[in-house]
Design a protein around this ligand. Structure first.
Ligand code: CP
Ligand code: NVA
Length: 319
């Protein structure tokens, strides 16, 4: 059966741990696995489709696919027929005959679900309006590196708590057995369905979920603090109103004081200094955002190799 990765809970807790362990190994030995090398392994080309712009996702997937013996085919916004001239279903029926894996950054999450439902090759969500699960694999790898563990830690996310990053922090964090607190204003909190899914996962792992409108409640004693832009891609028209709406949820020195003294700070980037995060925090000693950005590469390589193995398209064997 072909395995896909559309949202954080598509990996069980044990599978998430396996992928993170593989990522740590690949960080140390970048060329150990070659699932896209051809010659008995999967096809060489991996398609990476962008309906929205990107720096990290584009560079980390392109580099990672090369490291794994493959050739990245980057399709930038507006460069294919998908979405305006051709359906998702017709597109994937063609692509699955030519590439090993399809990575797609898009708007509506339903497009990814439609693609994965019929695709014979792994489909990876590299950001949708609802989830950014590849980012969370990188974030968890970063926390693991800096804190030596994940389960039992408290992770607080502040800001636009209804966006893709908030949902992914919630789902991926509890999958790792973390206590996840999400803080944002009324009306901009995770949907009930996402909270219910996170609570069910937390019951399996010993993690927990707290949703609050009080920043101080989210931050109290937290080991990890995370935030994200207040204006996600596609929300540019709401910018002025959003900057006002989230201003009490900024990660600044005052916020850091409420968390644990050795708390680390995550931001998926791009960051807007002076809005969701202050310059002295993101550029300060508790920030781990550059490790986090680098870990996109290692985490996604592990994910791609793991999905190829589990989908019986290329065994996870050392080169
Ligand atoms: N964090 C992240 O996904 O960055 P890009 O939008 O630059 O890919
Ligand atoms: N929430 C942001 C994440 C960017 C990586 C967005 O969707 O634009």
């Amino acid at each position: 059966m072909t395995r896909h990765f559309l949202k954080d809970t598509d990996l069980s807790p044990a599978e998430q741990a396996e992928v993170l362990q593989l990522a740590a190994e690949m960080k140390q030995f970048p060329y150990r696995y070659q699932p896209f090398a051809g010659d008995g392994a999967g096809r060489k080309t991996v398609a990476v489709i962008f309906d929205k712009t990107s720096t990290r996702t584009r560079v980390s997937f392109a580099s990672g696919i090369s490291d794994l013996g493959g050739v990245p085919l980057i399709i930038n916004p507006g460069e294919s027929q998908l979405g305006h001239k051709e359906t998702v279903s017709d597109t994937i029926k063609v692509m699955e005959r030519m590439v090993s894996t399809v990575v797609w950054r898009t708007y509506a999450h339903s497009g990814l679900e439609e693609m994965a439902a019929i695709s014979k090759v792994p489909v990876i969500n590299s950001l949708s309006d609802d989830y950014h699960p590849c980012q969370l694999l990188a974030d968890l790898l970063t926390v693991q590196e800096h804190k030596g563990k994940l389960a039992g830690l408290t992770m607080a996310y502040l800001g636009d708590a209804a966006n893709n990053m908030a949902n992914s922090y919630l789902l991926a964090g509890v999958t790792a057995g973390m206590h996840v607190r999400i803080g944002g204003p009324e009306g901009y909190l995770p949907a009930d369905s996402v909270v219910a899914e996170a609570e069910a996962r937390a019951a399996e792992t010993g993690g927990s979920v707290q949703i609050t409108t009080e920043p101080a409640q989210a931050l109290a004693g937290a080991d990890v603090i995370a935030t994200d832009t207040w204006v996600s891609m596609g929300q540019e028209d709401e910018k002025a109103q959003r900057l006002e709406l989230f201003k009490d949820y900024a990660v600044d020195q005052g916020a850091l004081k409420l968390a644990a003294g050795d708390a680390i700070v995550l931001h998926c980037l791009p960051a807007y200094r002076g809005y969701e995060i202050s310059a002295d925090v993101i550029d300060g000693p508790q920030s781990v955002v550059w490790d986090e950005a680098e870990n996109r590469l290692h985490a996604q390589k592990a994910l791609m190799a793991w999905l190829m193995d589990k989908s019986a398209l290329a065994p996870l064997a050392t080169a």
